[in-house]
Design a protein around this ligand. Structure first.
Ligand code: SF4
Length: 238
C-alpha cells in the first residue's frame, strides 16, 4: 500500500480580534498606558506569528475491543475503538501557535507575558480551525471529531501514547516541519500546541464528555455519564 505523505500547513492566515481578546485578558480600558502596551504587543504578534499544522491521512488496519491498529501501530484506547466503529481512516495531526513569538518573550513584563499566552492560544485555535477546514475540503468530510492523548479521564487515551503519534504516525518529522518538540515528559513545546487524531463522524464527540475534572476552564462539553458507562463496556458506540 502506498504510504500517505505528511501535509504541512505553514502559512495559515489568522486574524486577532483586539477587542474580543482584550476582554478575554480583562484589559483595564481606563489605563491608557496598559492599553498602549496591549496594542503594541498585538501588532508585534500580528507581524511575526505563524501558526502551523501538519497532518497525515492514515489507514486503520483493525479495530478490536481496546485497541486500534493504524498502519501497524497499536493505539491503546477502548473509546477510540468504540468511536471509530467500522471506519478505516483517521488523520494524525499536530497544530501549533508557532515558535516565532518566542523572540518577544525577553522584552516583556509579567503581565505582557500573560497576554502573549492568550494570544498564542488564539493562534492555536485558528490553526486547529484551518486544519479541520483543510481536511474537510481535501477529503470531502463534512464532520470531523477528534481525540488527543491525555484528554479526558486518564484511561480514555493515555498520554503515554503521544510518542506513537509523533514518532510513528507523524514519522518523527513534526519538529522539522512545524517546530513542535516533544519533551521526555511528553509535553509539547511550544506549550500552545495540540496533537491527536481526527476522524469522520455523524455525531458530536469530545473527550470532555468522558472527563471527571471539575471546574476546567477549557471544558468544551458536559460530562456524559451514559457515554462514560458505555465506554467501560466492550461494544461500539455507533
Ligand atoms: S474537561 Fe478540561 S481537562 Fe477534561 S478533557 Fe476537557 S479540556 Fe481536558
Amino acid at each position: 500500500m502506498e504510504e500517505q505523505t505528511l501535509i504541512v500547513l505553514d502559512s495559515i492566515a489568522f486574524q486577532l480580534n483586539g477587542t474580543a481578546l482584550a476582554g478575554r485578558v480583562h484589559l483595564e480600558k481606563e489605563d491608557a498606558e496598559l492599553c498602549c502596551a496591549w496594542e503594541t504587543l498585538l501588532k508585534k504578534v500580528e507581524t511575526i506569528a505563524s501558526p502551523k499544522a501538519v497532518f497525515r491521512d492514515c489507514t486503520v488496519d483493525a479495530v478490536s475491543g481496546d485497541e486500534v491498529i493504524v498502519e501497524g501501530v497499536a493505539l491503546k484506547s477502548r473509546v477510540m475503538a468504540q468511536q471509530l466503529g467500522g471506519r478505516r481512516r483517521l488523520f494524525a495531526y499536530c497544530a501549533t501557535c508557532g515558535t516565532e513569538t518566542a523572540a518577544l518573550e525577553d522584552s516583556l513584563e509579567p503581565l505582557e507575558r500573560f497576554w502573549l499566552e492568550e494570544l498564542r492560544m488564539e493562534l492555536l485555535r485558528q490553526a486547529i480551525g484551518a486544519l479541520h477546514r483543510e481536511i474537510s475540503r481535501r477529503c470531502r468530510i463534512p464532520k470531523l471529531v477528534g481525540m488527543a492523548p491525555g484528554s479526558g479521564d486518564a484511561d480514555v487515551w493515555p498520554l503515554s501514547e503521544q510518542s506513537k503519534l509523533f514518532n510513528q504516525l507523524l514519522k518523527g518529522r513534526v519538529t522539522e516541519l512545524i517546530g513542535v518538540t516533544l519533551t521526555e515528559s511528553l509535553l509539547m513545546l511550544p506549550y500552545k500546541s495540540a496533537s491527536g487524531i481526527l476522524f469522520a463522524a455523524e455525531h458530536d464527540f469530545a473527550a470532555c464528555q468522558l472527563c471527571h475534572r471539575r471546574n476546567c476552564p477549557s471544558r468544551r462539553a458536559e460530562f456524559d455519564s451514559k457515554l462514560w458507562n458505555r465506554s467501560r463496556q466492550d461494544e461500539t458506540v455507533l
